[in-house]
Design a protein around this ligand. Structure first.
Ligand SMILES: C[S@@+](CC[C@H](N)C(=O)[O-])C[C@H]1O[C@@H](n2cnc3c(N)ncnc32)[C@H](O)[C@@H]1O
Length: 151
C-alpha cells in the first residue's frame, strides 16, 4: 500500500481498521479473521488462502472453516495453499516440535470443513530447493494445494 493512495477508516461493524485503496479495487481489513462477517463485504466468488490455514492454531480451524464457508457463494472456489513436510523436517529446520507452519494432510483439512464444504487435493508442488526455513530437508517438502467447494 506504500505506493498506492489509500484511505484508512475504522470499520463500524467490527471496530477494526480497514484500508481502501484509491483507483484499485482493493480493501484490506486488519483483523482476526474469526471476527469477519458477511455484513462487511457480502459473499465471495473466490478465496485464495496462501499460508493462513496452515498458520492458525489447530484448535481454531473449525471456527476458521465456519467463518470462511459463511463468506462463500454457492459456486465459490476456495484455494488453500498449505505446506507439507516429513516427520524429520521440523528438527532439521531448527523449528520447535509444534507450531506454525503446520504440515496439513487432506483429512486434517477435511475435518474442520465437515458438513460445510468438500475438500480435494488439487496438486502437490515440491519446493525447488527442497528447503524449509532455509534449511535443506532429507525428505520431500512443498506445498499442497487444496480446492474447497460448498457442499
Ligand atoms: C505464513 S503467513 C502467509 C502470509 C501471506 N499470505 C503469504 O503468502 O506470504 C500466515 C498469515 O496468516 C495470518 N493469520 C493467521 N491467523 C490469522 C487470524 N486468526 N486472522 C487473520 N490472519 C491470520 C498471519 O497474520 C499471517 O499473515
Amino acid at each position: 500500500m506504500h505506493a498506492c493512495t489509500h484511505a484508512r477508516t475504522c470499520c463500524s461493524v467490527i471496530s477494526v481498521l480497514s484500508v481502501q485503496a484509491e483507483g484499485v479495487d482493493l480493501k484490506i481489513y486488519c483483523c482476526d479473521i474469526i471476527d469477519f462477517t458477511k455484513d462487511l463485504e457480502g459473499e465471495f466468488d473466490a478465496v485464495w488462502d496462501r499460508g493462513a490455514f496452515g498458520a492458525i492454531n489447530p484448535d481454531d480451524r473449525r471456527g476458521y472453516a465456519t467463518v470462511v464457508s459463511s463468506l462463500m457463494t454457492r459456486d465459490c472456489r476456495y484455494i488453500a495453499c498449505v505446506l507439507y513436510y516429513g516427520d524429520k523436517a521440523r528438527e532439521e529446520a531448527g523449528l520447535p516440535p509444534d507450531g506454525a507452519p503446520h504440515s496439513i494432510p487432506l483429512e486434517q483439512v477435511q475435518e474442520p470443513f465437515a458438513s460445510l464444504c468438500q475438500v480435494e487435493l488439487l496438486m502437490k508442488r515440491p519446493k525447488d530447493k527442497n528447503q524449509l526455513a532455509g534449511k535443506p530437508m532429507s525428505q520431500e517438502c512443498g506445498e499442497s494445494i487444496y480446492v474447497i467447494k460448498k457442499c
